[in-house]
Design a protein around this ligand. Structure first.
Ligand SMILES: NC(=O)c1ccc[n+]([C@@H]2O[C@H](COP(=O)([O-])OP(=O)(O)OC[C@H]3O[C@@H](n4cnc5c(N)ncnc54)[C@H](OP(=O)(O)O)[C@@H]3O)[C@@H](O)[C@H]2O)c1
Length: 283
């Protein structure tokens, strides 16, 4: 997420500072205050998080520090420095038992340690100031970092068969599309509170995997060995952390402010893959 936000801000010729973990540990209040004092930033986007959903079950304390406590530090420091915090959160604050898209004010009930820590971070941010924003997104992927799309591309080269869960649905979201929208929310002076932002449309992990392979091949990918993707049930793929079966967020509130919803998920995927292959060609 941070990678694409920096790309979008850089492309728009904005004054911004993008910090790696080594440059700014969000668990370190003094470091946060130093950056805010030095930059006099008007907006701080927090893309940093502990994101290893399964590992969080055994590393609950670390997840809690980064996802629950650090957002509170950021929120209070931003308020003191008259800076607006735009904090990124997740669909995993919900239990996935719904059958229609979750609105911003739907009751939360995280299923695991990661979701619980993210929910506590949201509460800390919202309690610190009415001006701060919590933006929940879902199924995020991008050219930078490791994510589902890059994993499927790698596995399609290594394996002939893949099994992918078909009974969890959500809205795959390209971090670049999300970054453009986050900057739009900041520019549009969006009122404080919670916003849901994902690419439009709904799919399963299985159909997403099939689409990744199809779109990559349409862009000229010739190195896949993969013959078959088999749809399986969540019960056939046990993981340390339970995941919501239905992860669809209602995005009307943000869409109204931005003037339009984010593009359809498949369009986002196509553009992400085009960007990825273009970068690989340049290497
Ligand atoms: N990925 C998804 O599917 C998804 C879905 C919904 C919501 N989200 C949310 O979207 C946001 C961005 O996620 P992402 O997918 O871009 O995650 P990511 O690729 O795992 O990136 C998270 C970044 O946070 C950094 N970080 C971790 N602890 C830090 C600390 N104490 N101080 C400073 N930086 C720290 C990590 O640095 P290192 O590389 O050094 O560890 C990493 O660069 C997160 O809030 C996440 O909860 C993600």
């Amino acid at each position: 997420m941070g990678h694409d936000l920096a790309l979008v801000l850089g492309g728009q010729d904005r004054a911004f500072l993008a910090c790696t973990r080594a440059e700014l540990d969000i668990c370190d209040l003094e470091a946060i205050e130093k950056v805010l004092a030095r930059t006099q930033a008007r907006v701080l986007f927090n893309c940093a998080a502990y994101t290893q959903v399964d590992k969080a079950e055994s590393e609950g304390e670390r997840a809690w520090q980064v996802n629950a406590l650090a957002p509170g530090l950021l929120a209070r420091a931003c308020q003191a420095y008259d800076c607006r915090l735009i904090h990124i959160s997740t669909d995993y604050v919900f239990d996935g038992q719904a059958s229609t898209p979750y609105p911003e004010d739907a009751p939360t009930r995280p299923l695991g340690s990661y979701g619980q820590s993210k929910r506590a971070g949201e509460v800390a941010v919202l309690q610190s100031s009415d001006a701060h924003l919590v933006v929940r997104t879902a199924w995020l992927y991008g050219v930078g970092g490791s994510n589902f799309v890059r994993t499927i591309l790698r596995l399609a080269k290594e394996r002939e068969r893949l099994r992918v869960v078909a009974d969890q649905v959500g809205s795959p979201t390209w971090s670049y599309d999300l970054a453009v929208a986050l900057v739009g929310l900041a520019d549009g002076n969006a009122a404080g509170g919670i916003y849901h932002l994902t690419n439009s449309g709904v799919t399963s992990w299985y159909d997403f995997a099939v689409a990744i392979v199809e779109e990559a091949e349409a862009l000229g990918e010739k190195d896949f060995r993969l013959g078959d993707i088999e749809p399986i049930a969540t019960a056939d793929y046990p993981t340390a952390a339970a995941r919501p079966a239905y992860s669809v967020l209602a995005t009307a509130r943000a869409a109204q402010l931005l003037g339009a919803p984010l593009p359809q998920w498949r369009k986002g995927l196509r553009r992400m893959l085009a960007q990825l292959y273009e970068q690989e060609e340049k290497r």
